[in-house]
Design a protein around this ligand. Structure first.
Ligand code: ADP
Ligand code: MG
Length: 250
């Protein structure tokens, strides 16, 4: 098998003739944590939509663990082990963090058995571990609607991990968070990166600095450059299209 968990070749996505993605090539190693940045409209979300099967490309190839996944539908790709976290949290607000995690752990079980407290001891163990990992142990049994925005983001990342995906795709996890919450999410992602392959789309440069090993810069639907944070920060092309305009993007 290839040492790449994800390989994208010559990807093009057209919407009525407008190319949101143009001849994009990309690969991710097993166990890698990669940050993808780029100005608004660069094609970042479309890129994630293609990997998850939500959008089918006009041209190109997408291989997950060496397998061509383009013929498969969104839910099938999710079952193969690609998990996605959308930008806005999608937790059940009336349920507690513990219940939200139990539901994610036991996707195929009856929802009501979970709510009636019949989760098995093994599942409870996993949920307790997850609560610890996402730093919500002390908040585990209050309604999720009482959590801060940052705590909800961490809960949803926990819900994603509970489904045991091989590849985690995370879209702008710190948008709208305070500095302190941003740092907590950064720590969480670095911890998860020890055991998962992760691709994070992000706008917040401080956050990228905190977590990034290798960064991919997208611009006009294609890869402008890749490298360490220092390398991309000093690349004149990046300064021109992205970093120099950082303030305007917000
Ligand atoms: P990003 O996430 O980097 O901000 P997007 O992937 O959302 O960028 O969008 C890339 C470009 O594609 C934008 O110009 C956007 O307007 C366009 N686009 C995205 N989705 C659609 C769609 N369903 N139909 C038409 N144009 C789209
Ligand atoms: Mg986007």
């Amino acid at each position: 098998m290839s040492d790449k968990i994800l390989e994208i070749e010559h990807l093009t996505v057209s919407f009525d003739g407008f190319k949101a993605i143009t001849d994009l090539n990309f690969s991710l190693d097993f166990g890698e944590l990669r940050v993808v940045i780029g100005p608004n409209g660069a094609g970042k979300t479309t890129f994630m939509d293609v990997i998850t099967g939500k959008t089918k490309p006009t041209e190109g190839k997408v291989y997950f663990k060496g397998k061509d996944i383009l013929p498969y539908r969104e839910h099938e790709i999710a079952q193969m082990g690609i998990g996605r976290k959308f930008q806005t949290p999608r937790v059940y607000l009336k349920l507690t963090p513990r219940e939200n995690l139990e539901l994610s752990c036991v996707r195929h079980k009856n929802v009501w058995s979970v709510l009636r407290g019949k989760a098995s001891s093994e599942e409870r163990h996993t949920v307790n571990d997850l609560l610890e990992t996402i730093g919500l142990t002390s908040r585990a049994d209050i309604p999720a609607e009482l959590l801060s925005h940052g705590e909800k983001q961490r809960l949803e990342i926990g819900m994603l991990v509970a489904q045991s995906p091989d590849l985690l795709l995370i879209d702008e996890p710190v948008a709208g968070l305070t500095d302190e919450e941003t740092e907590a999410v950064g720590h969480l992602l670095m911890q998860l990166a020890e055991t998962h392959s992760i691709m994070v789309i992000e706008h917040d440069m401080e956050f990228v600095r905190q977590i990034a090993r290798k960064v991919t810069v997208l611009h006009q639907g294609t890869v402008l450059c890749e490298g360490s944070m220092d390398e991309i920060q000093n690349d004149p092309r990046v300064i021109e299209v992205y970093l120099g305009k950082e303030d305007e993007d917000h």
